[in-house]
Design a protein around this ligand. Structure first.
Ligand code: PHE
Length: 438
């Protein structure tokens, strides 16, 4: 292993980069629409419980493996596992595969966000035809904007851990926060918003016993905290040794959950504002599908707002693009770190290779959209993420090399035993639910 391995400059850099990974489409699109379709505040409540009881411990476990191993996910697992469990070290490759699978659908959706942001700008300057093309689904548009997104991601990754990932996270995360707050304030002034706040913040307890709620909250929480594809592991490995991982894990989780909560304060009222303006947000008693909400209902609403609508639309889709970018960066870094450290490739070459692979698999999804797109998403979110989460618990709880200690948890036997015994059991129960009953 290289001794002059790059890492983050500061723990703030680590927190912002990790929060950047965590905050993504899952927060701004996934979370609010899940809330809206699962009884408003009831989902919010269950989500918070799941985050606290299972997702934060899993995040801590994944970060610990990277922090302890100080290497890419393949080598980190080889470092931390007792040599008796050689087989377990192959699981490192599952992280690489998972990251590429995730990127292959995530880059397509992120590309849509970019296209919609640009469409608003084009509309603003009178290029209506171009704007129309950008917002209509076509293979050529999807290919072009997936390519654009992969290239943007590659640009940041190529500049390195400090100059690329850390620097861009420090720029993009505050920008994201400001855009989000600005949009919430604007939206809250429109008619219908109050009804949205009420639906979001006042839980409908009749929904809380729905077992699907827990399962949905669980999937959402793991996806949102980027657990299970090695992104957090590789970022943990860039954090200097000796930093207090427990505390920093807490910061990352709080930021991620805060952004999800704030996104709810934007999207749910926006849906009700759209309804007040005449849009149909329910069909047959059920909320319209998630993609329709973002790509149809909200643009319809923006249209009714005139000039302000163009700015709001551009900002909203830029917000989603920025959130997606810091997430694709973290997933791309997983295989890139592996190629540079274990296969001695230069960072540029590794980035080009991985970007080409992602582009090829994204194209495969674009050309076979109806059969592959949903399938890959459920493969990653329903199987990869929870199973890897369970595996991380088992690694830190049971398979550590002797002498390896769970640094912070070591100080509290209660926490240690919670991670070792309770988490894997809870995780298995939820996984069985997700896999077989969801
Ligand atoms: N956490 C990201 C989101 O909420 C998704 C993601 C998962 C990113 C895993 C990287 C790795 O959108």
């Amino acid at each position: 292993m290289k001794t002059n391995r790059e890492g983050f400059n500061s723990s703030i850099g680590f927190v912002l980069a990790s929060a950047g990974s965590a905050v993504g489409l899952g927060n701004i699109w996934g979370f609010p629409t899940q809330v809206a379709s699962h009884g408003g505040g009831a989902f919010l409540l269950v989500y918070l419980i799941v985050i606290l009881l299972l997702a934060v411990p899993a995040l801590y476990a994944e970060l610990s493996i990277g922090h302890k191993g100080q290497a890419n996910p393949v080598s980190s697992l080889q470092q931390v596992l007792s040599p008796r469990y050689r087989l377990g070290t192959y699981s490192g490759y599952l992280n690489l595969l998972g990251a590429i699978l995730l990127l292959s659908f995530y880059s397509i959706v992120a590309g849509w966000m970019l296209a919609f942001a640009l469409a608003a700008v084009f509309k603003g300057v009178g290029l209506t035809d171009a704007s129309q093309w950008l917002t209509s689904n076509s293979i050529s548009r999807n290919l072009l904007f997936t390519l654009a997104f992969v290239v943007m991601t590659a640009f940041v990754i190529m500049s390195g851990v400090k100059e690329g990932i850390e620097r861009w996270s420090k720029r993009l995360m505050p920008a994201l926060f400001i855009m989000l707050i600005g949009l919430i304030i604007y939206m809250s002034t429109l008619p219908g918003a109050a009804q949205g706040f009420k639906t979001y913040l006042v839980p409908d307890f009749s929904k809380i016993s729905d077992p699907h709620l827990v399962v949905a909250a669980m999937g959402q929480a793991f996806f949102s905290l980027s657990i299970g594809v090695g992104s957090m592991m590789v970022y943990g490995s860039y954090l200097k040794k000796g930093e207090s991982l427990g505390k920093l894990t807490g910061f990352v989780a709080v930021l991620d959950t805060l952004v999800a909560f704030l996104a709810g304060l934007l999207i749910i009222p926006a849906l009700f504002v759209a309804q007040a303006a005449g849009a149909n947000i329910f069909s047959g008693g059920e909320l319209v599908a998630e993609d329709q909400l973002i790509f149809q209902v909200l643009p319809e609403l923006f249209d009714t707002l005139g000039g302000a609508g163009i700015i709001v639309s551009a900002l909203f889709f830029t917000l989603l693009s920025v959130a997606s970018l810091t997430s694709t960066i973290s997933a791309t870094e997983v295989p890139v770190a592996y190629l540079t450290e274990d296969k001695n490739q230069s960072r540029s070459k590794a980035t080009v290779i991985i970007s080409a692979i992602v582009l090829a698999s994204s194209s495969l999804l674009i050309f076979n959209f109806s059969s592959l797109f949903g399938l890959v998403i459920s493969l990653v979110t329903q199987y990869q993420l929870p199973l890897m989460g369970l595996f991380y618990f088992i690694v830190v709880g049971w398979l550590w090399k002797s002498g390896n200690k769970l640094h912070d948890a070591q100080t509290s036997p209660l926490l240690r035993n919670y991670l070792k015994f309770v988490c894997p059991v809870l995780m298995t129960i939820v996984f069985v639910d997700v896999a077989f009953f969801a």
